[in-house]
Design a protein around this ligand. Structure first.
Ligand code: SAM
Length: 967
């Protein structure tokens, strides 16, 4: 049997730091893989990196029973853990993504742990201390997890059923290492200087990125020659400037049009105007920027109308913002007669092919920002003159939840584009292929070998390089697909184009915008190229990487590999349906070079693990399909993955998964059940949040935990069943120690904030539950996950209640009083009775400074009421309650530094203060007291910083701490 030391992730994590970094990452765009190609619900890199590191390094506590670290105390282990946490805290920072020095420290820790594991398994096949096992993610999606595995020094394998996802993974982990360090071969764009760096200066994928840029520029120039006539500049005439002082300076100049704003139209339902195509406009505002307001005014003349653009603030902003709608979220009215145009009418018109469009305004590039102009019939004529040679015929799915356009007659993916948009996309797709030919020719000319073997067949020469560059050029085309279809609308507050996928759905839009892909503005091709290059430059581009199309239910790639994965969650996102939007275009550009991957006309759907009632004939069938498939995929991992490492599985939490108790729900329980049934035991459950701290407990606990990472180990096949009694005994034996490790051990570091504790604590409890083949109830039935969770929560409560027993009597009074009245006033008599029961007096409590008495009433002081000049070294009666609330006051008023100074003065109480904060947090959470809960959570969340500040005050410098990283 393989000896598998416990990994750090099975014991403790600096969760708050990971969550904070993951939340921060959300706002980062430059160089972030999310800007290479859209994928829905990507995991933050910070979370993926931290989870992997903690999954790969051994826990310093050692595996119980072997005495792996003889002579080591619990305190030693916690200190060592703290050192590993320090590495994680640095690793998760975005600015350290490519900090080689730090990454090498992390990689060495990973290798060290592997060498220890090999030592324990000496002589067994596969335990070569010089060769780390490889990594595999069978649901790789946007590729965050394999990318981070590669960054941490592992060979990375990624697979997904979806060809678009496979291509994204190829672009991130497979292609860059193949061509790392190579100088670019492409022609330098006009007007640019030659790059003087020598051959050795092209580290990582910088040379590849440069070529993507160079050929991108060439494509843009070629596109202008071929389709420039469809994107005419607009000449500003004296006439146009007559009523538009803002245009005066432009008279005689030709300006580039960057966007055309259209309104869809249907025939008026009013019989008197049944021959008129009336506009469906959700908003006539073009720009709401202060001082730069512009809007469209419809001018009605008899039975016709035209649109005129006005600048300045409209007199009736509300009316302008209403467009031709009948009000917010309501349908429309006929512009000519005000007769309602309801959705039924629009659907009927749309399905009969009678929906059309009218140009409302154009946006041109001015010297200092956007200029809005009235449309002309010539502009419309040019747009209508476009004749695409091809359009995607793939049908939109029958899924009214996520795909709204079929209701209105737009039933194929091709229908989502205007003819001019189709011509542009066809042109750019053709140019990807032509650029590839050029890359191959240029590479050969600059001395590359060429065996004619493409990337798909494992080539590394000129042909393969041509394929590689083509992949990124095609991704940039998909960037304009996302901003260049008739679902895109104009964002009047930012004067830019909204992309299609604000959500994981394709909505219907009424007024839409057409971008100019050959401009230098919003939605242009070079923008896509820029973003692709920024990502490329920041990819690790080292260590082997491989991506392929596989069904997770029967893939074989996981064999002896370390696995961390993020499977689809139930029916949240229909990846296959959504990705057809991109697939049809990337297939057009690249299918000749990746014939197998793009062999199907649309993305394969049948084997996708998604509980879609539309695809699986109703809700029940869909649920059954999903759960069975997921079990099979998990069982496959149990069989194949590397036995020395746990597998980590992300579970995407939905709001509806949480209840007021915070931890249980059917979705979550069935998922746990499926994982356990597939043969895994669950050794850890770590909530991952990507929301910012102040929203953390907005409406009760956990609601914003965006996912939970399950840490799974293969269950011993011969695991017995045990009776309920034994389960409860083992829970009581094991859970307290695990909880202690989570909340930071006796020394008081605090990796887990109270807000996360309820979910994190499930892990060690589930570990006890799931290591047996079953827990047998008194009536002979098997205990369900639901009941196990109830028992686990009971033990967690007891743990904190026991800690209360050690508190001073004043504090015990305060806890009970707080539980009943919070910070409200109540009768003195009741306080008196409670105080006696706890062995104290109300007067004593007043002297201690924790309550206020008067008028026959008593109330607890709020933290902001505590005196600022309090000195615990001079105070002779200091209940833990007082110490805790003083700390919160100090933290709120002077930050971690002030709280640290205070804590330093009562260092011996650190542990009891922290325990009390956890206890009070749990209490507030149950009562739904969000404001109070936040204060306790904040204190724990800042505990690490507060301790550091206290250490600094004690003379230990931050630098000295930092050095521990190098140990
Ligand atoms: C939650 S996503 C992964 C997201 C990824 N971790 C990221 O950060 O972008 C789940 C993925 O599972 C894929 N998938 C669904 N069914 C599958 C199957 N049967 N086999 C393999 N992959 C599948 C979907 O295409 C999707 O990309």
């Amino acid at each position: 049997m393989v000896k598998a030391p416990k990994k750090l992730i099975e014991v403790a994590l600096p969760l708050d730091d990971i969550n904070a970094a993951a939340a921060r990452e959300k706002s980062i765009r430059h160089g972030h893989p999310s800007t290479l190609h859209l994928w829905w619900a990507r995991r933050p890199l910070a979370a993926a990196r931290a989870v992997l590191f903690a999954q790969l390094v051994n826990d310093p506590g050692g595996e119980r029973g072997w005495g792996k670290y003889p002579g080591q105390t619990k305190e030693d282990a916690q200190k060592e853990r703290e050192r590993l946490f320090a590495i994680i805290r640095e690793l998760v920072k975005w600015e350290n993504t490519n900090n080689e020095e730090l990454l090498e420290i992390a990689r060495e820790e990973i290798r060290k742990s592997w060498r220890e594991t090999c030592e324990l398994n000496k002589g067994k096949p596969g335990f070569d201390p010089d060769k780390l096992p490889a990594f595999h993610d069978p649901f790789a999606g946007g590729g965050a997890i394999p990318l981070e595995a590669q960054r941490l020094g592992l060979e990375a394998y990624a697979s997904d059923l979806n060809p678009v996802a496979v291509m994204i993974n190829k672009a991130m982990i497979e292609i860059p290492p193949k061509f790392a360090g190579k100088a670019p071969v492409g022609p330098i764009p006009d007007g640019e200087q030659a790059d003087t760096r020598g051959e050795g200066g092209w580290t990582g994928a910088k040379g590849l990125a440069k070529d993507v840029r160079r050929y991108g520029h060439w494509m843009r120039k070629e596109a202008e020659k071929r389709i420039g006539h469809l994107y005419h500049k607009v000449k500003i005439t004296k006439d146009m400037a007559k009523e538009r002082p803002d245009l005066e300076g432009y008279v005689g100049r030709e300006l580039t049009v960057i966007a055309w704003l259209w309104a869809r139209t249907v025939k008026s339902p009013n019989p008197a105007y049944a021959h008129v195509d009336v506009p469906l406009v959700s908003n006539f505002m073009l720009s709401t920027k202060k001082g730069k307001e512009a809007y469209v005014e419809p001018v009605v003349e008899g039975d016709s109308y035209r649109f005129e653009v006005r600048v300045g603030k409209p007199q009736d902003v509300v009316a302008v913002k209403k467009g031709t709608t009948a009000g917010k979220r309501k349908a429309f009215v006929c512009l000519l007669s005000s007769v309602p145009v309801d959705y039924n009418h629009i659907r009927t018109e749309g399905k009969a092919g009678r929906m059309s469009s009218r140009l409302m305004a154009v946006v041109a590039e001015g010297d200092r920002g956007r200029i809005y102009l009235s449309p002309t019939s010539e502009m419309e004529r040019i747009a209508h003159s476009a004749e695409p040679s091809w359009k995607p015929e793939a049908k939109l799915p029958d899924n009214p939840r996520d795909f709204k356009t079929p209701n209105y007659g737009l039933t194929t993916f091709g229908d989502l584009f205007t003819p001019r948009q189709l011509v542009a996309l066809n042109t750019f797709s053709d140019l990807v292929q032509e650029a590839r030919e050029r890359v191959i020719a240029d590479a050969k000319r600059t001395g590359w070998h060429d065996d004619g073997v493409g990337l798909d067949a494992g080539g590394t020469g000129a042909t393969a390089y041509g394929d590689a560059v083509a992949v990124y050029l095609a991704f940039a085309v998909n960037k304009i697909v996302d901003r260049g279809c008739s679902i895109c609308s104009w964002d009047s507050s930012r004067s830019s184009i909204r992309n299609v996928f604000a959500r994981q759905a394709i909505p219907m839009t009424w007024d839409f915008v057409e971008a100019n892909p050959i401009s230098e503005s919003t939605g242009n091709y070079l923008g896509g190229i820029y973003w692709a290059c920024e990502v490329l430059k920041n990819l690790p581009s080292k260590n082997y990487g491989y991506a392929d199309q596989e069904n997770a239910q029967n893939q074989k790639t996981s064999h002896d590999k370390i696995v961390s994965t993020d499977p689809p969650y139930y029916d949240n996102i229909g990846y296959a349906d959504l990705s057809d939007f991109f697939y049809v275009w990337v297939r057009r550009a690249l299918s000749a070079y990746f014939p197998v991957l793009f062999s199907t006309i649309a993305v394969p759907k049948a084997e996708e693990l998604v509980a879609s009632p539309y695809r699986h004939d109703g809700k029940d069938n869909a649920e059954r399909y999903f759960m069975n498939g997921m079990k099979q995929a998990m069982a496959n991992l149990v069989q194949r993955s590397h036995e020395a490492y746990p597998t980590t599985i992300y579970y995407a939490f939905k709001q509806s998964d949480t209840q007021s108790t915070g931890t249980s729900s059917t979705g979550w329980e069935s998922f746990l059940e499926a994982v356990i049934q597939s043969g895994y035991l669950i050794a850890g459950t770590w909530p991952m949040r990507t929301e910012l701290g102040n929203r953390m407990i907005g409406s009760g606990t956990n609601v914003l935990a965006s996912s939970i990472v399950l840490v799974c180990r293969k269950r011993d096949e011969s695991a017995p069943s045990i009776p309920r009694r034994q389960f409860l005994r083992e829970l009581k034996e094991e859970l307290p120690e695990a909880l202690e490790a989570m909340i930071g051990g006796k020394k008081g570091a605090s990796p887990i904030a109270p807000v996360d504790l309820a979910q994190a604590a499930i892990g060690p409890g589930m570990a006890v539950f799931s290591r047996y083949s079953g827990i047998i109830e008194a009536d002979g039935s098997k205990m369900s996950v639901h009941d196990a969770l109830i028992q686990i929560n009971k033990v967690i409560d007891e743990f904190f209640n026991e800690a209360e027993g050690d508190m001073d009597s004043d504090t015990r009074f305060c806890i009970d009083w707080f539980m009943q009245y919070g910070f409200k006033q109540a009768e003195y008599g009741q306080a008196d009775v409670l105080a006696r029961a706890k062995g104290t007096t109300v007067e004593g409590l007043a002297v201690a400074g924790v309550v206020e008495t008067g008028g026959g009433k008593v109330r607890l002081l709020k933290f902001e009421e505590y005196p600022e000049n309090w000195d615990p070294e001079k105070d002779t009666r200091t209940p833990t309650w007082e110490a805790l609330h003083q700390l919160i006051r100090a933290l709120r008023s002077g930050g971690e530094a002030e709280a640290g100074l205070l804590l330093k003065k009562m260092a011996e109480r650190t542990e009891s203060i922290r325990q009390l904060a956890y206890r009070l947090y749990t209490l507030c959470e149950r009562k739904g007291w969000a404001e109070e809960a936040r204060a306790y959570n904040e204190l724990i969340a800042s505990w690490h910083g507060t301790i550091e500040a206290a250490d600094q005050a004690l003379g230990k410098s931050r630098e000295a701490k930092q050095l521990t990283l190098d140990m």
